[in-house]
Ligand binder design. Sequence first.
Ligand code: FES
Length: 149
Amino acid sequence: MPQIPLKVHELTVGQLSARSGVAVSALHFYEAKGLITSRRTSGNQRRYGRDALRRVAFIRASQRVGIPLAAIGDALAKLPDGRTPNRADWARLSEDWRTELDERITRLINLRDRLDSCIGCGCLSLDSCALSNPEDRIGDRVNGSFLGG
Ligand code: FES
């Protein structure tokens, strides 16, 4: 991984890509979503502050545990003065996201267990398949117990 000398205060998109391991196209996407920012040189080239490295690390770490970009953007937007997440911010957010990850794992385990009953079946019955009609809304409506919503 290429090192950026400390005296270098701004990075080109190529340097940011090389140092972070994130494709230039992804960096442009993050910028379009407002997750990172750059200034433009007189030649209209992007320059990123060194803190962009930490922001990109934060985004990648968050994405690896399945946090949607919109939620990552919300978390970044809540930081005072648009600052880059510091150690305490990441400690707090990673704890919140651990809870979300646990909930997602529980939902996936439930889905996997429902899928077990479909393996080798193929009926996709609206009456009996737990995956094709998981809430059984049609059955509730037919039985008069649908509460709407
Ligand atoms: S396909 Fe038959 S139970 Fe789901």
